[in-house]
Design a protein around this ligand. Structure first.
Ligand code: ARG
Length: 276
């Protein structure tokens, strides 16, 4: 029987959701989008996570920053230490300000912006004591070293090669403190070998499940929330004892985002010690 650990998440309502620029192959500014539809899909996801017993905090969306709904990219938080993203593309650069303000206002003491380009939990995923870090499209290898030094954790670099899977969290999901699922085709051969060696029992997703962003999933160790179209992947998860919750992310996918992109995990609370 799998056990869920209550989590603390940060999300951002897609009030100003839009696709008016293209920084990944999913984004087509000529295709109509609906902020209302994005909002109802986001709300279902939000309510699902709250219903599962998790704490969900919110950051305020800002006009002119249509990708803010993808809060996972704003920072990486490990042991209550916060490394705020340095976005690769100018269109998203101003999002960092929100996180640089929010964390200190909520009691986090160790907060700083990364010196090197890196997009938060889009490319940095914590599994047990290790941090898996993507590179190839958004996050520079130097940002991996920076994260290792800042968090004092082992960082395992993984190279992404398929432009559809431009962030690590589009091709790999952490299920509990040891288990992951991923799509091998998204990784360079060397990174694939590394994953095979380190996670011999990982769940391997098929291309169709990866292509509907099934791996862009959120797990609390027992409950896995994922794109509803990833049917085969959901079955594999159920065979391993996970409970799955399929949800509609079709509107968010027009921006190249899904379930996990909307959810930043705050790992351990602020490092502030309570005053006596
Ligand atoms: N349009 C956004 C971008 O390209 C989508 C970000 C998706 N987030 C994620 N964690 N994969 O930056």
């Amino acid at each position: 029987m799998r056990t869920a650990r209550p989590r603390h998440y940060l999300m951002c309502r897609p009030t100003y959701f839009d696709v008016n620029y293209s920084i990944n192959p999913w984004m087509n500014p000529d295709k109509p989008t609906s902020a209302d539809l994005a909002l109802s899909q986001w709300k279902r996801l939000h309510d699902l996570l709250v219903g599962l017993g998790h704490t969900v905090d919110l950051v305020e969306p800002e006009p002119g920053l249509p990708d803010m709904v993808f809060a996972a990219n704003g920072a990486t938080v490990v042991d209550g230490r916060v490394l705020v993203a340095r976005f690769r593309h100018g269109q998203r650069a101003d999002e960092a300000r929100t996180y640089l303000d929010w964390f200190p206002q909520h009691g986090y003491r160790d907060v700083r912006q990364a010196d090197f380009q890196g997009e938060g939990e889009g490319d940095f995923l914590t599994v047990g004591d290790t941090v898996l870090a993507g590179t190839g499209f958004r996050t520079e290898p130097r940002a991996h070293e920076e994260a290792a030094a800042y968090f004092g954790r082992t960082v395992l670099g993984l190279e992404l090669v398929d432009p559809r899977f431009y962030h690590l969290d589009t091709a790999l999901a952490v299920l509990d403190d040891e288990e992951i699922m991923y799509y091998p085709g998204a990784f360079a051969p060397q990174s694939r070998s590394l994953l095979e060696e380190r996670f011999p029992d990982a769940i391997l997703a098929t291309e169709p499940d990866a292509a509907v962003f099934g791996l862009n999933a959120v797990s609390d160790g027992r409950n896995v929330v994922l794109a509803q179209e990833a049917v085969r992947l959901a079955e594999l998860l159920q065979e391993r004892g996970y409970r799955t919750f399929g949800t509609d992310i079709s509107e968010l996918l027009k921006a190249g985002g899904g379930v996990k992109c909307c959810v930043l995990e705050l790992r351990s609370g602020p490092t502030t010690t309570a005053s006596v």
